[in-house]
Design a protein around this ligand. Sequence first.
Ligand code: SF4
Ligand code: SF4
Length: 99
Amino acid sequence: MEEKQMVKINSCNVTQCAYNKHNSCHTLAITVGGPGDLCPECDTYMQGSQRGGIIDVQGGIGACKVENCSYNQSLECTAPAVDVGMHESHPDCFTYKPK
Ligand code: SF4
Ligand code: SF4
């Protein structure tokens, strides 16, 4: 069986997040879904003056709790890649496609 590669985050425009640099996410893996149920939110989002992440790392999707997305299989993302962006006052997965 082929080993599953982590789905990469193409871009993220949430520049105020600690893990964001140059519209890219730089933490190894984010979690999508929650804390609310309404939107496919990036649950790893961290606002503040502190900067984190690893500059050489392109972020990926670790786990996704958004079961009603067509790309979700067994609570894992199967999209080719995802984009994250600001929606109102929180970051959402913009690749989300309702089933
Ligand atoms: S994907 Fe989430 S953790 Fe990564 S930079 Fe964007 S908001 Fe921050
Ligand atoms: S594309 Fe769908 S399954 Fe993948 S992270 Fe976004 S909401 Fe989750």
